[in-house]
Design a binder for this molecule. Structure first.
Ligand SMILES: [Zn+2]
Length: 443
């Protein structure tokens, strides 16, 4: 994993290797600027003296997790790319949604105990482009990290996956015929579209998480077309059992399912735009950064990933977004960045009926520490003796909990703690390499 480097005026330089960073720190030529992602600052260099190469941020936005990869383009061919950093942002959209629903219920209960008041409900408007708070949060956290990375590395461009499947690349699937062929990018777009349309399960038996094959509802051998409205997904067993029977014969004893498949086959996927609404909002904000933004489709990502033989993770998916011919150095640990929030504004804990249960303390800091700070604790003696590094949760007593990579360690005194990085609303952890070293050596 590369180390991000700043010059003495905090302007970004080219990221360097871990070894080089270690040497620079040992010789006193650099200081640690930030722990996560690890960034050093050179004491004796300015950006004018060094040569910068093109660096790109690649983004694969997801509903729960967004993959972010920083890559360096080859000088001669920008499609030859070297991975510098893998990152996964874990969003808390669901949590935001749940708290808002809870707040609404509490307020409704409180209002219910007032004397009668005529209902007011139609007195609010929403601005154009409004997104639900849980969705806006996904856009905001991704933008936070894009902006942060732009301050820490000399980024020259952004590539993002904007849509699941590219309607244009499919020649408007529901209108004209499609010659889908396995192995081409074209086929991948159709497959992604079908997966979305048929909810990623076998249309005939409902099996999930099995390899799905494309099946002609009206068999090709009986004159069925390659139009997407004649295609569905079937597991291997169902596909073979159906063979070249017409769907009416195959599902003669399950009229309900037959009707459902026939109904679902015809209409095109209307809510494809709704699925991609967050991605579009993100795209517009990325454009506002002023950097050139390239967009791509999910079909192309999958095509690249399978062609290059790269395992599926959110971060590695991001590395495969857009036009790519080769990806190197991708087998590195991934930095997981989990959105944790910055604590609650509400100081009263409520029970499930909305009555007060207890109160939180007013001040956010105890003995100079705040919940969310990255700390290192050196406990010299006692049952908890050892060194722990992680996210601290403060207690008024000064006896803290530390969330380490291995788990929570409770009851660590503030006297043993040393601050490494102030709370910034995110929790950090490392995931091991996608492929173990021994496995690659054996192969
Ligand atoms: Zn099946």
């Amino acid at each position: 994993m590369a180390v991000l480097v700043l010059d003495k005026r905090k302007k970004p330089l080219m990221p360097c290797s871990e070894k080089r960073a270690r040497l620079l720190l040992e010789r006193g030529r650099a200081v640690v600027h930030r722990m996560r992602p690890f960034t050093i600052r050179l004491k004796d260099r300015t950006v004018e003296e060094s040569v910068l190469q093109p660096i790109q941020i690649k983004i694969d936005p997801g509903s729960k997790t967004t993959g972010v990869t920083v890559i360096r383009e080859d000088d001669t061919d920008p499609e030859q790319q070297q991975v510098l950093m893998l990152m996964e942002i874990e969003h808390r959209g669901q949590q935001i949604k749940d708290t808002l629903i809870q707040r609404r219920a509490f307020r409704r209960r409180r209002r219910g105990q007032l004397r009668h008041r005529a209902p007011r409900f139609h007195n609010r408007t929403r601005p154009r482009g409004w997104l639900a708070p849980s969705l806006q949060h996904r856009v905001d956290t991704t933008m936070t990290w894009v902006n942060r990375l732009c301050r820490l590395a000399p980024v020259t461009g952004i590539t993002m996956e904007r849509v699941r499947f590219d309607m244009q690349a499919m020649d408007n699937p529901e209108i004209s015929g499609v010659e889908y062929q396995q192995g081409t990018l074209h086929g991948y777009e159709v497959q992604e579209y079908l997966l979305e349309k048929w909810q990623r399960c076998c249309a005939y038996c409902g099996a999930r998480k099995v390899p799905l094959e494309i099946d002609h509802i009206h068999p090709k051998s009986r004159g069925g077309s390659d139009r997407v409205s004649n295609l569905t997904l079937a597991c291997r067993g169902c596909n073979q059992a159906k063979g070249n029977q017409p769907v009416d014969v195959f599902l003669a004893d399950d009229p309900k399912r037959l009707q459902r498949i026939k109904a679902q086959a015809k209409p095109p996927l209307k809510d494809a735009a709704a699925v991609n609404s967050t991605r579009w909002a993100l795209f517009r904000q990325l454009q506002a950064t002023g950097l050139p933004v390239i967009t791509s489709s999910g079909g192309r990502t999958k095509y690249n990933r399978q062609r290059l033989g790269i395992p599926k993770t959110h971060a590695l998916d991001a590395a495969c977004v857009g036009p790519v011919t080769a990806v190197t150095h991708w087998n590195v640990p991934t930095l997981t960045v989990r959105a944790m929030g910055r604590g609650s504004y509400q100081r009263t804990r409520l029970n499930r009926f909305g009555f007060p249960r207890g109160y939180l303390m007013r001040q956010k800091q105890v003995k100079g520490f705040q919940t969310g700070d990255l700390v290192q604790a050196n406990v010299p003696t006692g049952k908890k003796a050892g060194t722990y590094q992680g996210r601290v949760a403060i207690r008024a007593t000064g006896s803290f909990n530390i969330q380490t990579q291995e788990g929570v360690v409770q009851g660590i005194s503030h006297r043993h703690c040393r601050l490494l990085q102030r709370a910034d609303g995110y929790g950090y952890a490392f995931q091991p390499k996608p492929i173990k070293e021994d496995a690659t050596r054996a192969a």
